[in-house]
Design a protein around this ligand. Structure first.
Ligand code: HEM
Length: 329
């Protein structure tokens, strides 16, 4: 018969085993993956990002968007970062032409290569950077799972098929998220990412000048607030340049929950933002987050970013750890 001390030792070991199993999520990702192999990895990423945003705050939006565009095409495996080689890459697809900040990812990668060569993947850098820009702009932190490996393929066609156009309706949005294993809650919460950043006029111009194709003076999107239409028309002239407009007017550089207030007042910039009023679950979330304290939104955002960060990841011996993020090894 086992003594009570050996029994409690067995009990302790089982618990330790369970705890480490739980820390390692079922897809091979884990919080603190680089704890031993590159202990300063997360601090290095954060330092570079804080330095960059101190001089170029407008990069926070595109750097957050980059993780979304990476994950929705082939999974979160850094394919958005690859340059064209024999064929056009994801980068060349129209929705990615407005992505910026690739040189910042290269800067972070260079700092990491200096500290721990060939250890930290580009896909993980993109995920960590997304978290760090949210924190730097006023949002709350979350634990980023790491351990992703980098893919070796990037194809323009797949980007065009998988990135979601701004004119998508609620049915399309729900389907697109579901195809990636994300819920309706993830859809409404992650759309809150539009609390920071800017958009080009081209992404919503049809809503303010030519919604049905008639192009008459009042051919506007009926779901858009009329005062907001007037404001947007000043920023984006009919035949004017493709200017930048604040996505969350008044606080486009601050990660807060005012996006939900704007959308509920019919001031969402894209049809995909306005569409969130067309479903009972997304509408209920908008309504309950349009005022008050942002703590729940911040917590939800971290949870949904972790969910998004699990899409189609490569782990273990799959893929590679690129030395330069824009090129396969
Ligand atoms: C739900 C479907 C989504 C659609 C249809 C969509 C569409 C767009 C479009 C059209 C732009 C403007 C691009 C431009 O004209 O420069 C944009 C910007 C942005 N999106 Fe989304 N998006 C979606 C979801 C997301 C998600 C999930 C995130 C992150 C969690 C995100 C983060 C951003 C950010 C931060 C910007 C500003 C980029 C900048 O400042 O350059 N979006 N999005």
């Amino acid at each position: 018969m086992a003594s009570s001390s050996s029994k409690s030792l067995t009990f302790f070991s089982i618990n330790l085993f369970l705890a480490s199993f739980l820390l390692l999520s079922c897809n091979g990702l884990k919080v603190g993956f680089y704890e031993k192999s590159c202990p300063d990895a997360e601090a290095i990423v954060k330092n570079v990002i804080n330095q960059v945003l101190a001089v170029a705050p407008s990069l926070s939006g595109p750097l957050l968007r980059m993780h979304f565009h990476d994950c929705f095409v082939r999974g979160c495996e850094g394919s958005v970062l690859l340059n064209s080689s024999t064929h056009q890459a994801e980068k060349d697809a129209e929705p990615n032409l407005t992505l910026r900040g690739f040189q910042i990812i290269d800067k972070v990668k260079a700092a990491l290569e200096k500290a721990c060569p060939s250890v930290v993947s580009c896909a993980d850098i993109v995920a960590l950077v997304a978290r760090d820009v949210v924190v730097a702009t006023g949002g709350a932190s979350w634990n980023v799972e790491t351990g992703r490996r980098d893919g070796t393929v990037s194809n323009i066609t797949e980007a065009l098929q998988n990135l979601i156009p701004p004119f998508t309706n609620i049915t399309g949005l729900k389907e697109r998220f579901q195809q990636k294993g994300l819920s309706v809650k993830d859809l409404i919460v992650l759309s809150g990412g539009h609390t920071i950043g800017t958009s080009h006029c081209a992404s919503f111009k049809n809503r303010i000048y030519n919604f049905t194709g008639k192009g008459t003076s009042n051919d506007t999107d009926p779901t858009l607030d009329t005062n907001y239409i007037a404001h947007l028309r000043k920023a984006c002239l009919p035949n004017g340049p493709n200017n930048l407009v604040e996505m969350d007017p008044g606080s486009f550089r601050t990660f807060d929950q005012s996006y939900f207030l704007h959308v509920s007042k019919r001031r969402g910039l894209f049809q995909s933002d306005a569409a969130l009023l067309d479903d009972s679950e997304t509408k209920a979330y908008l309504e309950s987050h349009k005022t008050g304290n942002s703590t729940t939104f911040f917590t939800d955002f971290g949870v949904s970013m972790v969910n998004m960060g699990r899409i189609g990841v490569l782990t273990g011996k799959e893929g590679e750890v690129r030395k330069v993020c824009s090129k396969v090894n």
